[in-house]
Design a protein around this ligand. Structure first.
Ligand SMILES: Nc1ncnc2c1ncn2[C@@H]1O[C@H](COP(=O)(O)OP(=O)(O)OP(=O)(O)O)[C@@H](O)[C@H]1O
Ligand SMILES: [Mg+2]
Length: 221
């Protein structure tokens, strides 16, 4: 599902990623742990095609048999919309839109019919325990509720690959456990692949594989 070689990232003179190699199979749930500042979010953004690696000759990023380096902006955006889902630390919901509208956005961008998108959005929100919050705007929702709306938004296009950065960071332990179980359920039912950055040890240990980042590199456990 993901083949990445020799990822480097510099911010000015600061070298944040120092040649990361990573290979992830379809249907695998991989967790990435490591100290604050180790480069986890930076790596996730590059793997998720949201940020670019610093150029070097041996860099390669192949997702779902597509060589990402060769895609131009528009095709890349389409690829991202159709194949990738994102759940971030800061959920970045649009403030003027209701929960259900936020969830539907990626489906509308893809061209899904409004009624179909809304049906799927409601299923996801129900599943995440938000059936009573369809029409609330983000500032009328708690942090954990906003996080769950962001999860539903990430899942609406049934992405092959989901990137999550501290997905349960804002949740109480019960909601966190539900969310973690949801990831495994989705993988078992639909074969979705997950790359999850987390400080939650339970989640990290539940994964099929736990990778540890130290100072810009993935180290062997
Ligand atoms: N846009 C930027 N410009 C300059 N430095 C940056 C930028 N983004 C991140 N960094 C630096 O890169 C390093 C890695 O950041 P990153 O966000 O990847 O860490 P992280 O492992 O996700 O940490 P945390 O667990 O705290 O989220 C940090 O030292 C950070 O200060
Ligand atoms: Mg981070």
């Amino acid at each position: 599902m993901i083949q990445a070689k020799n990822i480097h990232k510099y911010y000015g003179n600061l070298q944040v990623l120092k040649g990361v190699n990573i290979a992830i199979k379809k249907g695998e749930i991989v967790s990435i742990v490591g100290a604050s500042g180790a480069g986890k979010t930076t790596l996730l953004h590059i793997l998720g095609t949201l940020d670019q690696a610093s150029t070097n000759e041996d860099f390669e990023l192949v997702i779902n048999n597509t060589n990402i380096n060769t895609l131009k902006d528009k095709t890349l955006a389409k690829f991202r919309n159709e194949h990738l889902g994102f759940i971030f630390q800061f959920h970045q919901l649009l403030p003027e839109f209701t929960a259900i509208e936020n969830v539907c956005l990626p489906a509308f961008i893809k061209g899904t019919k409004k009624s179909d998108a809304e049906k799927r959005a409601k299923e996801l929100l129900d599943f995440l325990g938000l059936s009573h919050r369809y029409n609330h705007k983000p500032n009328e929702l708690s942090g954990g509720e906003q996080q769950r709306v962001a999860v539903a938004r990430a899942l609406i296009n049934n992405p092959d690959l989901i990137f999550a950065d501290e997905p349960s960071g804002n949740l109480d332990s019960e909601s966190a456990e539900n969310l973690h179980n949801l990831f495994f359920k989705l993988r078992d039912e639909f074969g979705q692949t997950f790359v999850i950055v987390t400080h939650n040890e339970d989640l990290a240990d539940m994964a099929d594989r736990k990778l540890t980042m130290v100072d810009g590199l993935i180290v062997d456990n």
